[in-house]
Ligand binder design. Structure first.
Ligand SMILES: CC(C)(COP(=O)(O)OP(=O)(O)OC[C@H]1O[C@@H](n2cnc3c(N)ncnc32)[C@H](O)[C@@H]1OP(=O)(O)O)[C@@H](O)C(=O)NCCC(=O)NCCS
Length: 218
Protein backbone atom coordinates (compact mmCIF):
# COMPACT_ATOMS: atom_id res chain seq x y z
CA UNK A 1 0.00 0.00 0.00
CA UNK A 2 1.46 3.33 -1.01
CA UNK A 3 0.40 6.58 0.62
CA UNK A 4 -1.64 7.53 -2.43
CA UNK A 5 1.06 9.90 -3.63
CA UNK A 6 1.97 9.42 -7.23
CA UNK A 7 5.25 7.64 -7.82
CA UNK A 8 5.14 7.93 -11.59
CA UNK A 9 3.34 11.24 -12.18
CA UNK A 10 3.89 11.79 -15.87
CA UNK A 11 5.49 14.90 -17.21
CA UNK A 12 2.89 17.33 -15.88
CA UNK A 13 3.97 17.63 -12.24
CA UNK A 14 6.97 19.88 -11.66
CA UNK A 15 9.47 18.45 -9.20
CA UNK A 16 11.86 20.58 -7.14
CA UNK A 17 14.89 18.94 -5.58
CA UNK A 18 15.56 20.26 -2.08
CA UNK A 19 19.34 20.12 -2.14
CA UNK A 20 21.82 20.33 -4.98
CA UNK A 21 24.92 18.39 -3.89
CA UNK A 22 26.24 14.91 -4.61
CA UNK A 23 23.22 12.98 -3.39
CA UNK A 24 20.98 15.27 -5.45
CA UNK A 25 22.66 13.95 -8.61
CA UNK A 26 21.39 10.47 -7.76
CA UNK A 27 17.90 11.78 -6.97
CA UNK A 28 17.88 13.76 -10.24
CA UNK A 29 18.78 10.69 -12.24
CA UNK A 30 16.02 8.60 -10.62
CA UNK A 31 13.43 11.37 -10.93
CA UNK A 32 14.10 11.81 -14.64
CA UNK A 33 14.05 8.05 -15.22
CA UNK A 34 10.68 7.78 -13.48
CA UNK A 35 9.01 10.52 -15.48
CA UNK A 36 9.10 13.64 -13.31
CA UNK A 37 9.47 17.04 -14.94
CA UNK A 38 12.37 18.72 -13.14
CA UNK A 39 11.56 22.35 -12.33
CA UNK A 40 14.89 23.01 -10.62
CA UNK A 41 16.59 22.73 -7.27
CA UNK A 42 16.90 24.68 -4.05
CA UNK A 43 20.24 25.04 -2.30
CA UNK A 44 21.81 27.76 -0.21
CA UNK A 45 25.01 27.47 -2.28
CA UNK A 46 24.77 29.01 -5.80
CA UNK A 47 27.67 26.81 -6.92
CA UNK A 48 25.92 23.55 -5.88
CA UNK A 49 26.73 20.52 -8.02
CA UNK A 50 23.40 20.34 -9.85
CA UNK A 51 24.02 23.75 -11.42
CA UNK A 52 26.96 22.23 -13.31
CA UNK A 53 24.57 19.62 -14.72
CA UNK A 54 22.37 22.31 -16.22
CA UNK A 55 19.58 22.21 -13.62
CA UNK A 56 18.19 25.60 -12.69
CA UNK A 57 18.75 26.84 -9.14
CA UNK A 58 15.47 28.35 -7.95
CA UNK A 59 16.83 29.80 -4.72
CA UNK A 60 17.76 28.86 -1.18
CA UNK A 61 16.08 26.00 0.65
CA UNK A 62 13.89 28.49 2.52
CA UNK A 63 12.51 29.75 -0.81
CA UNK A 64 10.36 26.63 -1.17
CA UNK A 65 7.21 28.55 -0.27
CA UNK A 66 7.76 30.82 -3.31
CA UNK A 67 7.63 27.89 -5.73
CA UNK A 68 4.37 27.47 -7.63
CA UNK A 69 1.76 25.47 -5.72
CA UNK A 70 1.74 22.70 -8.31
CA UNK A 71 5.37 21.89 -7.44
CA UNK A 72 6.25 18.84 -5.41
CA UNK A 73 9.49 18.62 -3.44
CA UNK A 74 11.83 15.71 -2.98
CA UNK A 75 14.46 15.81 -0.23
CA UNK A 76 17.84 15.56 -1.97
CA UNK A 77 20.35 15.95 0.85
CA UNK A 78 22.26 12.87 2.02
CA UNK A 79 22.98 13.98 5.58
CA UNK A 80 20.09 12.98 7.83
CA UNK A 81 20.09 16.00 10.15
CA UNK A 82 20.42 18.52 7.33
CA UNK A 83 17.72 16.80 5.29
CA UNK A 84 15.36 16.79 8.23
CA UNK A 85 15.99 20.45 9.07
CA UNK A 86 15.30 21.52 5.49
CA UNK A 87 12.23 19.40 4.86
CA UNK A 88 10.28 19.47 8.11
CA UNK A 89 9.01 23.01 7.42
CA UNK A 90 7.58 21.78 4.10
CA UNK A 91 6.08 18.70 5.74
CA UNK A 92 4.35 20.88 8.33
CA UNK A 93 2.43 22.46 5.44
CA UNK A 94 1.12 19.05 4.44
CA UNK A 95 2.64 15.84 3.18
CA UNK A 96 1.05 16.36 -0.23
CA UNK A 97 3.78 18.92 -1.10
CA UNK A 98 6.37 16.14 -0.84
CA UNK A 99 6.91 13.67 -3.67
CA UNK A 100 7.96 10.06 -3.64
CA UNK A 101 10.75 9.29 -6.07
CA UNK A 102 11.33 5.64 -6.88
CA UNK A 103 13.82 4.65 -9.57
CA UNK A 104 12.08 2.43 -12.15
CA UNK A 105 14.55 -0.39 -11.51
CA UNK A 106 13.70 -0.55 -7.80
CA UNK A 107 11.39 -3.39 -6.84
CA UNK A 108 8.69 -2.41 -4.37
CA UNK A 109 6.32 -5.11 -3.19
CA UNK A 110 2.66 -4.35 -3.78
CA UNK A 111 1.80 -6.20 -0.58
CA UNK A 112 1.23 -3.66 2.21
CA UNK A 113 4.31 -1.54 1.75
CA UNK A 114 3.90 1.93 3.25
CA UNK A 115 6.02 4.76 1.87
CA UNK A 116 5.55 8.06 3.67
CA UNK A 117 5.99 11.43 1.93
CA UNK A 118 9.44 12.43 0.77
CA UNK A 119 10.86 8.92 0.54
CA UNK A 120 13.55 8.35 -2.09
CA UNK A 121 14.28 4.84 -3.37
CA UNK A 122 17.29 4.53 -5.62
CA UNK A 123 18.19 2.22 -8.50
CA UNK A 124 18.12 -1.51 -7.85
CA UNK A 125 16.76 -1.33 -4.31
CA UNK A 126 14.32 -3.99 -3.14
CA UNK A 127 11.54 -3.36 -0.62
CA UNK A 128 9.68 -6.49 0.41
CA UNK A 129 6.13 -7.02 1.75
CA UNK A 130 4.80 -5.14 4.77
CA UNK A 131 7.81 -2.83 5.04
CA UNK A 132 7.10 0.68 6.36
CA UNK A 133 9.38 3.55 5.42
CA UNK A 134 9.08 6.86 7.24
CA UNK A 135 9.02 10.39 5.84
CA UNK A 136 12.13 11.65 4.12
CA UNK A 137 13.99 8.35 4.39
CA UNK A 138 16.50 7.25 1.75
CA UNK A 139 16.75 3.67 0.51
CA UNK A 140 19.91 3.96 -1.52
CA UNK A 141 21.12 2.07 -4.59
CA UNK A 142 20.91 -1.70 -4.34
CA UNK A 143 19.77 -1.75 -0.71
CA UNK A 144 17.54 -4.59 0.47
CA UNK A 145 14.70 -3.96 2.90
CA UNK A 146 13.18 -7.28 3.88
CA UNK A 147 9.62 -8.09 4.90
CA UNK A 148 8.09 -6.31 7.90
CA UNK A 149 11.01 -3.91 8.33
CA UNK A 150 10.19 -0.52 9.88
CA UNK A 151 12.40 2.41 8.99
CA UNK A 152 12.02 5.66 10.89
CA UNK A 153 11.67 9.06 9.28
CA UNK A 154 14.87 10.77 8.05
CA UNK A 155 16.91 7.57 8.11
CA UNK A 156 19.34 6.57 5.38
CA UNK A 157 19.88 2.98 4.28
CA UNK A 158 23.16 3.27 2.40
CA UNK A 159 24.04 1.74 -0.96
CA UNK A 160 24.09 -2.04 -0.83
CA UNK A 161 22.98 -2.26 2.80
CA UNK A 162 20.66 -5.13 3.70
CA UNK A 163 18.10 -5.31 6.50
CA UNK A 164 16.73 -8.72 7.48
CA UNK A 165 13.07 -9.38 8.19
CA UNK A 166 11.35 -7.35 10.92
CA UNK A 167 14.35 -5.12 11.61
CA UNK A 168 13.30 -1.85 13.26
CA UNK A 169 15.28 1.31 12.54
CA UNK A 170 14.61 4.47 14.56
CA UNK A 171 14.47 8.00 13.22
CA UNK A 172 17.49 9.57 11.50
CA UNK A 173 19.73 6.51 11.69
CA UNK A 174 22.48 5.88 9.13
CA UNK A 175 23.19 2.38 7.87
CA UNK A 176 26.48 2.64 6.02
CA UNK A 177 27.44 1.26 2.64
CA UNK A 178 27.09 -2.50 2.45
CA UNK A 179 26.16 -2.96 6.11
CA UNK A 180 24.02 -5.92 7.16
CA UNK A 181 21.47 -6.08 9.96
CA UNK A 182 20.35 -9.53 11.09
CA UNK A 183 16.59 -10.22 11.24
CA UNK A 184 14.66 -8.71 14.10
CA UNK A 185 17.44 -6.45 15.42
CA UNK A 186 16.66 -2.87 16.46
CA UNK A 187 18.73 0.14 15.47
CA UNK A 188 18.05 3.12 17.74
CA UNK A 189 17.25 6.65 16.60
CA UNK A 190 20.26 8.60 15.43
CA UNK A 191 22.54 5.55 15.46
CA UNK A 192 25.32 5.15 12.88
CA UNK A 193 26.23 1.72 11.53
CA UNK A 194 29.59 1.81 9.77
CA UNK A 195 30.14 0.71 6.20
CA UNK A 196 30.46 -3.07 5.92
CA UNK A 197 29.33 -3.76 9.49
CA UNK A 198 27.29 -6.81 10.42
CA UNK A 199 24.83 -5.97 13.18
CA UNK A 200 24.17 -9.03 15.31
CA UNK A 201 22.96 -7.23 18.47
CA UNK A 202 20.60 -4.30 18.96
CA UNK A 203 22.21 -0.87 18.56
CA UNK A 204 21.34 1.79 21.17
CA UNK A 205 19.99 5.20 20.13
CA UNK A 206 22.80 7.54 19.12
CA UNK A 207 25.43 4.77 19.19
CA UNK A 208 28.12 4.36 16.50
CA UNK A 209 29.12 0.83 15.63
CA UNK A 210 31.37 -0.75 13.02
CA UNK A 211 33.02 -4.04 12.14
CA UNK A 212 32.04 -7.71 12.01
CA UNK A 213 30.28 -8.32 14.29
CA UNK A 214 29.49 -4.66 14.84
CA UNK A 215 30.86 -3.13 18.03
CA UNK A 216 31.12 0.38 19.45
CA UNK A 217 33.16 2.74 17.29
CA UNK A 218 35.28 5.13 19.37
C1 LIG B 1 32.24 3.89 11.03
C2 LIG B 1 32.25 5.41 10.75
C3 LIG B 1 30.93 6.01 11.22
C4 LIG B 1 33.40 5.97 11.55
O1 LIG B 1 33.53 7.32 11.24
P1 LIG B 1 34.77 8.17 11.87
O2 LIG B 1 34.69 8.11 13.36
O3 LIG B 1 34.78 9.51 11.22
O4 LIG B 1 35.98 7.27 11.41
P2 LIG B 1 37.42 7.68 10.85
O5 LIG B 1 37.36 7.87 9.38
O6 LIG B 1 37.98 8.80 11.70
O7 LIG B 1 38.26 6.36 11.15
C5 LIG B 1 38.53 5.93 12.48
C6 LIG B 1 39.09 4.53 12.43
O8 LIG B 1 38.03 3.62 12.11
C7 LIG B 1 38.35 2.88 10.90
N1 LIG B 1 37.10 2.77 10.19
C8 LIG B 1 36.36 3.78 9.65
N2 LIG B 1 35.23 3.29 9.12
C9 LIG B 1 35.26 1.96 9.31
C10 LIG B 1 34.36 0.93 8.97
N3 LIG B 1 33.23 1.19 8.34
N4 LIG B 1 34.68 -0.32 9.34
C11 LIG B 1 35.83 -0.60 9.97
N5 LIG B 1 36.73 0.36 10.32
C12 LIG B 1 36.45 1.62 9.99
C13 LIG B 1 39.39 3.75 10.19
O9 LIG B 1 40.20 2.97 9.35
C14 LIG B 1 40.15 4.32 11.35
O10 LIG B 1 41.02 3.30 11.84
P3 LIG B 1 42.45 3.70 12.48
O11 LIG B 1 42.14 4.56 13.69
O12 LIG B 1 43.04 2.37 12.82
O13 LIG B 1 43.17 4.45 11.41
C15 LIG B 1 32.40 5.73 9.24
O14 LIG B 1 33.72 5.47 8.78
C16 LIG B 1 31.43 4.99 8.34
O15 LIG B 1 31.62 3.80 8.00
N6 LIG B 1 30.37 5.71 7.95
C17 LIG B 1 29.37 5.22 7.03
C18 LIG B 1 29.38 6.12 5.79
C19 LIG B 1 28.43 5.59 4.73
O16 LIG B 1 28.49 4.45 4.32
N7 LIG B 1 27.54 6.50 4.28
C20 LIG B 1 26.61 6.24 3.21
C21 LIG B 1 27.16 6.95 2.02
S1 LIG B 1 26.07 7.06 0.66
Amino acid sequence: MHTGLSVHPGASVPLVLAGGGGHAKVVLDAARASGWRIAGFLDDAPEAALASLGVERLGSITDWSRCETACRFIPAIGDNAARRACIEPILRHGGDRLALVVHPTAVISRLHVLLEPGVFISAGAIVNPCARIGAGAIINSGAIVEHDVEIGAWSHVGPGAALGGAVVVGEAALLGLGSRVLPGRRIGAGAVVGAGAVVARDVAPGARVRGVPAAASP
